[in-house]
Design a protein around this ligand. Structure first.
Ligand SMILES: Cc1ncc(C[n+]2csc(CCOP(=O)(O)OP(=O)(O)O)c2C)c(N)n1
Length: 380
C-alpha cells in the first residue's frame, strides 16, 4: 500500500467509473453537537485520579507562569507576552498528551505548552524578549519555534508527520492554532494534505472567541470550527477547552489514533482568553465585562477544584504543593529575567532582505545615530 491509495470505496451505487464519487460517509466524522466534558460527569469517575492530580498541578503552575510573564512585560523584561490565561487546560493537556518522540508545533500563544513539555521557561520566552532566535533547540526538544505568522505551523506539522510515516517511525505531530488561524489558506491546505496523505497529525484549535478584536462570528459561518474537518475527510471533535480532563481525553485519543495509522483529527476547544490579546491590546474596547466575568466562573482551575474536592481527588496537601511549586517557578523567572537580554538593536535590519531597501537604509542610519547619541550621553 502506498500513502496515496484511495482509502474509501465509492459509496454511490451505479455512479460512473473514476474517482468522482463521494468516498466518505460524513456521519462518523461529524463532531458532537455539544462540547465534550469529563469533570462532573460519569467519565470523571473513570479517569485515573493520578492524572487528574497531575493536570491540576500543571494548571496551577501554568497560571502562575502566565501571571509572572505578564508582569515581566510591565517591567520591560519581556517585549510582548500573549498570555494563555484562562486557556491553561488546553496548554497543559497538549503537553501531557504527547510522548517524548512526538513533535509540538506551537503558536505564539502556546509558550505554556512548550514549558509544560519541559522546555526551560527562559529559553521558551527568548523570542518574546525580542531576540531573533528561538531560544530552545527545536530538534532536541521536538518542539518547533513559536509561530507568529498565523497557521504556517500547520503545513509544517503535516510535512513532518508525513515524513515520519514514510520513515516508518511512530512520531505524531500536534499543531496548535487559534480560531483566527482557521481563516488562513495554510490551515486549509494543511488539513487537506493531512487527510489525503493520512498523516499522523492532530490539529488543536483553541477557539477563544476572538482574533485580537475580531469575534468568531465575523470569522466563520460554519456551525462550529470542528465541522470544517468533515469537508477534508477527517473527524472533528468539539470539547470544553476549560475542562482539563476532557482536553486530555480527546487529545490523547486523537494522538494515539494518529500513531496507530488512523489519520488526522481536528479538535476545536471552546475556551476564553481572559487577558487582552497581548500587553499591547486593550480588550475593553471590543468585549463586555459581563462576558469575561461569566468565563471567570468557568475557569479551568476552579472547575477542577469544584469537581475534584468532593470526589476526594484534590486535598489541601496537593493545593499547597502546587502553589509552592508555582511560586518557586515565578521566583526563578523573576531572578533570571532580571538581567537585560543581550540584544543588538541593529540586528533588526539583518536577514530582512539580501539587499536593503532605501527605506530600511534610512531607518537603519536613523537608529544607528540614536544609539550613538545615547551612548555619548551615557559616557558623560
Ligand atoms: C499571516 C498573519 N496574518 C496576520 C497576523 C496578525 N495577527 C497576529 S495575532 C492575530 C489574531 C489571531 O487570532 P487567533 O488565531 O484566534 O489566535 P489568538 O491570538 O486568539 O490565540 C492576527 C490577525 C499574523 N500574525 N499572521
Amino acid at each position: 500500500m502506498t500513502v496515496l491509495d484511495h482509502r474509501h470505496p465509492a459509496t454511490v451505487p451505479g455512479w460512473l467509473p473514476g474517482a468522482t464519487a463521494p468516498r466518505t460517509d460524513p456521519a462518523p466524522l461529524l463532531p458532537d453537537s455539544s462540547p465534550l466534558r469529563v469533570l462532573g460527569t460519569e467519565a470523571q469517575t473513570k479517569t485515573d485520579p493520578a492524572l487528574l492530580r497531575e493536570l491540576y498541578r500543571r494548571l496551577v503552575v501554568g497560571r502562575r507562569y502566565n501571571q509572572q510573564a505578564t508582569t515581566l512585560t510591565k517591567q520591560g523584561r519581556l517585549a510582548v507576552y500573549p498570555a494563555s490565561t484562562g486557556q491553561e487546560a488546553c496548554e497543559v493537556a497538549a503537553a501531557l498528551a504527547l510522548r517524548p518522540q512526538d513533535w509540538l508545533f506551537p503558536s505564539y500563544r502556546d509558550t505554556l505548552a512548550v514549558v509544560s513539555r519541559g522546555v526551560d521557561p527562559l529559553e521558551a520566552l527568548t523570542l518574546l524578549r525580542g531576540s531573533a532566535h528561538t531560544g530552545y533547540d527545536p530538534k532536541a526538544t521536538r518542539t518547533a519555534p513559536l509561530s507568529t505568522p498565523l497557521a504556517t505551523q500547520a503545513p509544517h506539522a503535516v510535512g513532518l508527520a508525513h515524513a515520519a510515516r514514510l520513515a516508518g517511525d511512530q512520531t505524531v505531530a500536534l499543531a496548535m492554532l487559534g480560531d483566527g488561524g482557521t481563516s488562513e489558506g495554510d490551515f486549509h491546505e494543511a488539513l487537506n494534505f493531512a487527510a489525503v496523505l493520512n498523516a499522523p497529525v492532530v490539529f488543536l484549535v483553541q477557539n477563544n472567541g476572538y482574533a485580537i478584536s475580531v469575534p468568531l462570528t465575523q470569522q466563520s459561518a460554519a456551525p462550529s470550527l470542528a465541522h470544517k474537518a468533515v469537508g477534508y475527510g477527517m473527524p472533528g471533535r468539539l470539547v470544553d477547552g476549560n475542562d482539563a480532563a476532557a482536553m486530555h481525553a480527546v487529545l490523547s485519543e486523537a494522538v494515539e489514533r494518529a500513531r496507530a495509522g488512523g489519520g488526522p483529527t481536528l479538535i476545536e476547544a471552546l475556551t476564553y482568553r481572559i487577558e487582552a490579546h497581548t500587553n499591547a491590546d486593550d480588550a475593553t474596547r471590543y468585549r463586555e465585562e459581563a462576558e469575561v466575568t461569566a468565563w471567570r466562573e468557568h475557569d479551568p482551575i476552579l472547575l477542577m477544584e469544584r469537581h475534584l474536592r468532593p470526589a476526594g481527588v484534590l486535598d489541601d496537601e496537593l493545593v499547597r504543593e502546587a502553589a509552592e511549586e508555582a511560586e518557586a517557578l515565578a521566583a526563578r523567572m523573576r531572578a533570571e529575567f532580571h538581567a537585560e537580554p543581550e540584544l543588538d538593536p541593529m540586528s533588526l535590519f539583518t536577514h530582512v532582505y539580501a539587499e536593503m531597501t532605501p527605506q530600511l537604509r534610512e531607518q537603519s542610519a536613523q537608529l544607528a545615530a540614536e544609539l550613538a547619541a545615547e551612548a555619548e550621553v551615557e559616557a558623560r
